[in-house]
Write a protein that binds this ligand. Structure first.
Ligand SMILES: *[C@@H]1O[C@H](CO)[C@@H](O)[C@H](O)[C@H]1NC(C)=O
Ligand SMILES: *[C@@H]1O[C@H](CO)[C@@H](O)[C@H](O)[C@H]1NC(C)=O
Ligand SMILES: *[C@@H]1O[C@H](CO)[C@@H](O)[C@H](O)[C@H]1NC(C)=O
Ligand SMILES: *[C@@H]1O[C@H](CO)[C@@H](O)[C@H](O)[C@H]1NC(C)=O
Ligand SMILES: *[C@@H]1O[C@H](CO)[C@@H](O)[C@H](O)[C@H]1NC(C)=O
Length: 150
């Protein structure tokens, strides 16, 4: 009986962790810096700092001071001719910032854009494998537990 309850709780913990409230994202703000991004946890203050950074390059960043929903983003601009990155930003943004719909200020027109906005830990590229590693480790532990407890 207790074994079953413990097993169930462990499973719940594993399933629930990805939905926990603090989202983590890869973080960097330049093509050279993005070769080895750091990480940051989403909060009103990190997203607000990134909003200020994006305002330096875009004309239509919405005014939001805080939010309850955050996303990770990878916003990259490059020369279409040779794929040289001219601007690369990874980090946590307010969901409402709609980072992929921002319009560049005309001083830096002529860049092509690639953009990802997503809502799971480190889902902005460079850490794309982390969630599948997590799932594999999670299911391996579940299988082990099921064997031990049966
Ligand atoms: C955002 O913050 C500024 C200054 O703290 C304040 O003046 C403004 O009213 C706030 N806007 C919203 C939508 O809360
Ligand atoms: C972040 O901002 C939102 C909207 O202004 C607010 O509801 C929420 O409480 C804030 N979160 C924190 C941790 O301050
Ligand atoms: C890539 O193309 C852009 C625009 O044509 C040019 O300005 C830039 O110097 C090129 N970069 C490299 C590394 O070739
Ligand atoms: C994020 O924002 C978009 C548009 O602003 C909205 O359609 C979507 O439901 C939001 N997602 C979350 C998780 O709040
Ligand atoms: C961000 O996206 C661009 C375009 O898809 C990609 O080339 C780049 O490697 C990504 N940045 C990181 C740090 O993964």
């Amino acid at each position: 009986m207790w074994k079953k309850i413990v097993f169930f709780l462990v499973l719940v913990a594993f399933v629930a962790v990805p939905f926990a409230n603090s989202l983590s994202c890869n973080k960097c703000t330049s093509p050279s810096g993005c070769k080895s991004p750091s990480s940051e946890t989403c909060s009103n203050s990190t997203a607000n700092a990134n909003k200020n950074f994006l305002e330096g390059y875009h004309s239509n960043v919405p005014t939001v001071n805080g939010s309850l929903s955050f996303s990770c983003a990878n916003l990259t601009y490059y020369h279409a001719a040779n794929y040289t990155h001219t601007f690369e930003f990874l980090g946590c943004v307010f969901n409402e910032t709609n980072v992929c719909n921002l319009a560049l200020t005309n001083t830096v027109s002529g860049w092509s854009r690639k953009c990802v906005q997503c809502g799971t830990d480190y889902c902005n590229p460079a850490g794309t494998y982390s969630s599948s590693v997590y799932t594999i480790v999670g299911s391996a532990i579940a299988v082990l537990l099921a064997k031990v407890l049966s």
